[in-house]
Design a binder for this molecule. Structure first.
Ligand code: GRF
Length: 235
């Protein structure tokens, strides 16, 4: 099996990055992590990656005169590492259309909401404000418009009445750590692609077969309550 070479772009904590590195440590996973790039010095994720034996680089925006020069430096690292897929994992910088086009169909992002609901920041607080009963996360192809690229996979979690932002964020993050490796595996395996601005999936002949990887309904819904009892929480 040839494993796809994946680079991960981070800005901070790196817990999704860690989940991808852990998944890629499995022998039958279709991708390997060849580089982690941070745009912030001292991002905690850098240490985690280095401890896992992954090559790390810090490419700081303020050290380059223009956005294009900064992205050029990132591109050089990606090329040196012979990356074939880029995963954004808590990367807090908007990438230029040029960069995005270069990686079109080969760059994924994870966002902590069920897109197209709640693009942007503070998704958990906004989910609580809106009184959502179902929240979650999305892995999507990256396009020039932020948080708007074609959806690859989503995971749903319940919002319980007693939830605060922290509890909800933790529940979503747990789902993110399952969803991102599953979505990356689909792309690395060639089971999903971006075509004509949309996501196209390989054929899944058996109901409940690999297609179930596309929608994750993590433990709280299935073990604590079903959708019907969850709906009863709705004011
Ligand atoms: C995650 O919630 C991810 O969905 C969002 O930024 C956060 C990054 O967290 N894009 P981490 O750095 O992966 O821990």
């Amino acid at each position: 099996m040839t494993r796809k070479r994946v680079a991960i772009l981070i800005s901070g904590r790196g817990s999704n990055m860690a989940a991808l590195i852990a998944a890629a440590a499995e022998r039958d996973y279709p991708a390997e992590v060849v580089a982690v790039i941070s745009d912030r010095a001292g991002a905690p994720g850098l240490d985690i990656a280095a401890r896992a034996g992954v090559q790390t680089r810090t490419v700081i925006r303020s050290e380059y005169p223009t956005r294009a020069a900064h992205e050029g430096a990132i591109t050089n690292v990606l090329e040196d590492a012979q990356a074939e897929i880029v995963c954004l994992a808590g990367f807090l910088r908007t990438l230029s259309p040029d960069f995005v086009v270069r990686w079109q169909g080969r760059m994924l992002n994870i966002h902590p909401s069920l897109l197209p609901m709640l693009p942007g920041l503070d998704t958990h607080a906004r989910a609580l404000d809106a009184g959502l009963r179902i929240h979650g996360c999305t892995v999507h192809f990256v396009t020039a418009q932020v948080d708007a690229g074609p959806i690859v996979a989503q995971a749903a979690v319940p919002v319980f009445p007693e939830d605060g932002e922290e509890a909800l964020a933790a529940r979503v993050l747990k789902a993110e750590h399952r969803l991102y490796p599953a979505a990356l595996a689909l792309l690395a395996d060639g089971k999903v692609a971006m075509d004509g601005g949309r996501t196209v999936y390989g054929s899944f002949p058996v109901k409940g077969g690999p297609a179930s990887e596309l929608i994750l309904s993590p433990d709280p819904v299935s073990t604590v309550s079903d959708i019907e009892s969850l709906a009863r929480f709705t004011p």
